[in-house]
Design a protein around this ligand. Structure first.
Ligand code: ZN
Ligand code: ZN
Length: 140
């Protein structure tokens, strides 16, 4: 018995090249991707690169944070801030962070990047990998 999936699964999408992109937005992104990858602005599926932006209300009680990176209008809708989603070191849930460009570059310069989880009130310093990812997002 073989049941063919008609819909492209998130894992398929990730395999097609969004995996690296996802990793560069933080370890918690993999968790968020389980709930689906559609653009918060135009509501169409994202099959190539994405950016994470300000959470946008897409349905009552439901927020999406993914936006098409390669569509100017979607990118614009994602806002000015740089968002990053590490996995909380304590409760292991995605912990959404956002920084202005100025704040982030100052924090990176002084190696003082810290994350905070609103779920469990945990704070922890960025890892070397986080710092590399954030520097890349800042240049983007
Ligand atoms: Zn879009
Ligand atoms: Zn936590």
């Amino acid at each position: 018995m073989s049941v063919k999936k008609s819909k492209t699964s998130i894992l398929d999408l990730l395999a097609k090249g969004t995996r690296m992109n996802a990793a560069s937005h933080g370890s918690g992104v993999q968790e968020l991707l389980r709930s689906g990858l559609s653009c918060a602005n135009c509501r169409e599926p994202i099959t190539d690169e994405f950016v994470i932006g300000e959470p946008m209300l897409v349905a009552p009680g439901k927020y999406d944070v993914f936006f098409h990176k390669n569509r100017p209008e979607c990118r614009k809708a994602s806002g000015e801030k740089i968002a990053y989603v590490p996995l909380c070191t304590n409760c292991k849930t995605p912990a959404y962070q956002s920084f202005t460009r100025e704040t982030l570059s100052a924090l990176l310069r002084s190696s003082a990047v810290k994350f905070h989880c609103t779920q469990c009130d945990n704070s922890w310093p960025a890892t070397v990998e986080d710092v590399a990812n954030l520097s890349r997002l800042l240049k983007d």
